[in-house]
Design a protein around this ligand. Structure first.
Ligand SMILES: Cc1cc2nc3c(=O)[nH]c(=O)nc-3n(C[C@H](O)[C@H](O)[C@H](O)COP(=O)(O)OP(=O)(O)OC[C@H]3O[C@@H](n4cnc5c(N)ncnc54)[C@H](O)[C@@H]3O)c2cc1C
Ligand code: SF4
Length: 324
């Protein structure tokens, strides 16, 4: 592990001015549960780690008229334990509770969870220079690919590891990003990028930018949400496949519904075709399975991960029916 300096800015203004001066030699750190692992394994070699933990006012959950604002430094445990979140956004409560172990939830932050790096074992091996790390090959494509993407792959077959991201997208969350140019608001769905857009990154954050807040629109009467995560092990684990569902139920049918899958693609995967098939109809297992199959027409499984197609069908019908 290479030696590095730590900077501890005391305000967002100080942080962004530090970042704009340092250009690309810095790495941001919130809880450090992902970044420290990457540094120890020599996956990244920062000159300066910018520790965001002393930034004020970024670790609260505030309910306002238009919705909820969640500071990027709010820990996953704080999110999971928040009573208002549990009552008004049960799917988000479930997603936060499903994530990692209590120790990791106590330290890991919401912003860090959305910005965490891939778990592909070739990416995490410092000896392997795959395409994501500037090499010319994806070793998962013809290698061990049991946990990799069945949708949206191509140049790189990572799956986005975040449990919060699919649920927050289904809830139509936006994020706030600060830089020396000021603040911008981005729909979370537009934050993540496919490898064909940029194989080296998982999101649109540019050097010098900090994710500072997540905003969720106010919950409406009749809104329902759930997060269902299929894991290989009973204890903590990343999702093999997960489904985040949010909809408004009226007379046994969803008038609007948002479904986002985790564990199947390099980005949280919005099931737009399936949503269109389900909208306004009485949800039943047959219809939901058919909707999943329609979405999966563009799936492109690798040698070891075709089983994920069956899991998508199962997770979709179970998640949607649990809301009826
Ligand atoms: C054993 C283990 C099991 C896990 N299981 C799960 C799981 O089941 N589900 C799941 O979703 N996650 C899981 N994780 C990932 C974990 O949730 C994340 O490591 C954690 O949420 C990241 O938060 P952090 O604050 O520690 O991020 P850090 O490690 O500090 O940062 C992670 C990345 O995000 C960047 N970053 C952090 N904050 C910001 C910000 N505000 N703006 C811009 N960039 C930022 C950092 O530069 C870094 O690249 C697991 C991790 C481990 C180690
Ligand atoms: S899936 Fe992506 S991170 Fe994994 S080996 Fe292929 S290019 Fe590298």
């Amino acid at each position: 592990m290479k030696n590095f300096m730590i900077a501890q800015p005391q305000s967002i203004e100080e942080a962004v001015s530090l970042l704009s001066a340092k250009k690309e030699s810095y790495y941001l750190m919130a809880g450090g549960t992902d970044l420290i692992g990457e540094i120890k394994d020599n996956i990244v070699e920062p000159d300066v780690v910018v520790d965001l933990s002393s930034l004020p006012n970024l670790s609260s959950i505030k309910k306002e008229k238009n919705g909820v604002r969640i500071g990027a430094l709010t820990t996953v445990a704080e999110l999971a334990e928040d009573r208002m979140i549990k009552e008004e956004y049960p799917g988000l409560h479930q997603a936060a509770n499903s994530l990692a172990s209590p120790q990791l939830r106590n330290v890991g932050t919401v912003g860090g969870n959305l910005c965490q790096r891939p778990r592909c074992w070739y990416y995490r091996d410092s000896e392997v220079k795959c395409r994501k790390k500037g090499g010319s090959r994806c070793y998962a494509y013809r290698g061990r690919n049991r946990y990799h993407a069945i949708l949206g792959g191509g140049l790189c077959y990572i799956v986005h590891p975040s449990d919060l991201a699919p649920m927050l997208i289904a809830l139509e969350a936006e994020i706030s990003i600060h830089s020396d140019k000021g603040e911008k608001i981005v729909p979370l769905e537009d934050f993540f990028v496919l490898p064909k857009t940029n194989v080296h990154k998982e999101n649109v954050l540019e050097p010098g930018e900090i994710l500072t807040e997540v905003r969720i629109p106010a919950s409406q009467t009749g809104d329902k949400s759930t997060y269902l995560k299929l894991k290989e092990r009973g204890t903590w684990d990343f999702a093999v496949v997960s489904a985040a569902v949010k909809g408004t139920l009226s007379k046994g049918a969803f008038q609007n519904i948002k479904i986002v899958l985790g564990g199947v693609a390099p980005v949280p995967w919005r099931m737009k075709k399936a949503e269109d098939m389900i909208k306004g109809k009485k949800a039943a297992e047959d219809l939901l399975r058919e909707a999943a199959r329609e979405e999966l027409k563009e799936a492109n499984p690798l040698e070891e991960n075709g089983y994920k197609k069956d899991l998508v069908e199962t997770v979709l019908y179970r998640a949607v029916l649990s809301l009826m």
